[in-house]
Design a protein around this ligand. Structure first.
Ligand SMILES: NC(=O)c1ccc[n+]([C@@H]2O[C@H](COP(=O)([O-])OP(=O)(O)OC[C@H]3O[C@@H](n4cnc5c(N)ncnc54)[C@H](OP(=O)(O)O)[C@@H]3O)[C@@H](O)[C@H]2O)c1
Length: 257
């Protein structure tokens, strides 16, 4: 596929470049600063992609790039959800712009685009926790607002999925081809986190849901590279399996430790 990658200078975006190339995709990287990308990416990788400068809050620029570069799919890693209540985030505006652009580009081309978005683990239904917990954390409120907008769009208009990882950490700080052999260690599931442990503590009044969350969430840290791999490999397979779904990931290699 020809993939428009938004946020290619970010932690996940930069790792998606070798992952997408390794899965035989063409990459159009949409960044605020091409010089920043040049400083981060080895020239051997840079020479294999097309770079476009633009603002991900501009639906017009995104749509123009999709149409001019003839992209079939979009991966949006641009923007970062605000962790603290006093922080501001451009992510909701970026979400709106990407939705608008992919909707309009798909309608103009009479073919819905395949689009992966990024959310957070709090979007998933976590058994044993009351949804109010996640609703009170600002980072999840923002993800919930973005998801509500996305979920209102028919998958006939945008063939969307939203990846909902917990903390993602780097396995490596170098980006090269061929990418390290894919581990395929991430287990994916729709709606509910894979491998969720429902513990007795959920029955403790008031504190129970917090204990269940505390015991579980730390187990969901994954590698940035593995998350890049699941998106790139899904797109290579045609990208149908997770359409219209919020997708949780869990690192199966944890079982071996
Ligand atoms: N990292 C985690 O542990 C984690 C966990 C769960 C979910 N997520 C979600 O996953 C996504 C990616 O995370 P990340 O860690 O890769 O984030 P990141 O490193 O902060 O990268 C964000 C990217 O967005 C770009 N960006 C921001 N505003 C933009 C704009 N207006 N126009 C164009 N590009 C813009 C940044 O470009 P510049 O380089 O120009 O600033 C950067 O490339 C985020 O939505 C985050 O909320 C992350």
């Amino acid at each position: 596929m020809k993939v428009l990658l938004l946020g290619a200078t970010g932690n996940l975006g930069i790792r998606l470049i070798p992952a997408l190339l390794s899965h035989n995709h063409s990459v159009v990287a949409f960044v605020r600063s091409s010089s920043k990308l040049t400083s981060l990416l080895p020239s051997a990788l840079l020479s294999q992609i097309v770079v476009v400068e633009g603002d991900a809050k501009s639906s017009g620029s995104i749509k123009k790039t999709i149409l001019e570069k003839d992209c079939d799919a979009v991966v949006n890693t641009a923007g970062l959800a605000a962790l603290m209540p006093w922080q501001t985030s451009e992510l909701p505006r970026i979400f709106e712009a990407v939705i608008q652009a992919t909707k309009e580009a798909g309608m103009e081309r009479k073919k819905a685009l395949r689009v992966w978005f990024l959310g957070g683990m709090g979007l998933l239904d976590m058994p044993g926790t009351r949804s109010v917990i996640t609703h009170y954390l600002p980072i999840y409120r923002e993800h919930l607002q973005n998801f509500a907008l996305l979920n209102s769009i028919s998958t006939e208009i945008i063939r969307w999925s939203i990846l909902c990882p917990s903390l993602m950490t780097p396995r490596s700080s170098t980006f090269e081809l061929p990418m390290q052999a894919p581990t395929e260690s991430l287990i994916m599931s729709a709606t509910v986190p894979p491998h969720w442990k429902d513990v007795w503590a959920r029955r403790i009044p008031l504190l129970g849901p917090f204990i269940v969350l505390g015991l579980n969430v730390g187990q969901y840290t994954t590698n940035l590279e593995d998350n890049a791999e699941v998106i790139a490999s899904d797109l290579e397979k045609g990208g149908d399996e997770w359409v219209g779904k919020k997708v949780g990931v869990w690192d199966a290699s944890r079982e071996k430790h």
